[in-house]
Ligand binder design. Structure first.
Ligand code: SF4
Length: 236
């Protein structure tokens, strides 16, 4: 545990206190790993959300989708995050039989040629493992923000997610880019080094490229598609 835990909450700016209070207010007192899941891709937002959940002392199931296609830098950030917070982040893996079948019948290169093939890949590596992890849970915590993309501008802090059998809670939904950058400095959480190379939204390596300052932050995801730039985990 490097920096985490050295400062008391009252020494942070008010936005941090509101974040922790929102978590406690919406989730209530009966928070447990059986009921609340937090998915992290080690994005800037997810790092601050993890920080807040741990600061609030909430016993949440913190997981990450180990798709088999992550950047090495993301794996390094995963390890740095576990060391920083002194926690283990549970890995959600795809079914090896499904992966082998996809490789044999379609192959990873097919995702660039066919949207349905790309969606099959996301379904196998992301949606199915997460659906299993969400079974029986009441809340899914995400780091989504309205400013991340035009798709996400209409999101509310809490939304019903009947397809997942729970409610989604986006505690950072109203955070600005500036607030997020300040929070990263103040908390000292690990930051994926790919951000410094121009990546604005970081997913699987085959499906993520850096973006220009003038582009939408999600433009580097599935850049060859004219799609909503979502993999099926969130509404597009
Ligand atoms: S983001 Fe790309 S590599 Fe990752 S699961 Fe989806 S299609 Fe497959």
């Amino acid at each position: 545990m490097a920096i985490f835990g050295k400062m008391v909450m009252s020494t942070y700016p008010p936005i941090f206190g509101r974040l922790v209070e929102d978590l406690k207010r919406v989730l209530g007192t009966e928070v447990s790993k059986d009921k609340v899941i937090l998915t992290t891709s080690f994005s800037k937002e997810d790092q601050i959300l993890t920080w807040a959940v741990l600061k609030a002392g909430l016993d949440v199931d913190i997981v990450s989708l180990d798709t088999g296609c992550l950047f090495p830098a993301t794996r390094q950030t995963w390890k740095a995050t576990e060391d920083h917070f002194g926690i283990e982040i549970r890995s959600l893996l795809p079914d090896p039989a499904e992966v082998a079948k996809f490789q044999a019948t379609q192959g990873l290169a097919s995702i660039y040629q066919d949207v349905s093939s790309r969606k099959s890949c996301c379904g196998m590596r992301k949606i199915q493992p997460l659906q299993k992890a969400c079974a029986g849970k009441s809340w899914w915590l995400t780091g989504l923000r309205k400013e991340q993309s035009s798709n996400r501008a209409a999101l509310e802090m809490v939304e019903d997610a009947p397809d997942w059998g729970l409610q989604k809670f986006h505690p950072l939904i109203h955070w600005s880019d500036e607030a997020l950058e300040s929070a990263l400095v103040l908390t000292g959480v690990p930051v994926n080094p790919l951000y410094a190379l121009g990546y604005a939204s970081i997913g699987c390596a085959p499906c993520t490229r850096p973006v220009l300052p003038s582009e939408d932050p999600r433009a580097g995801r599935w850049w060859w598609e004219q799609s909503s730039k979502e993999c099926g985990l969130h509404r597009g």
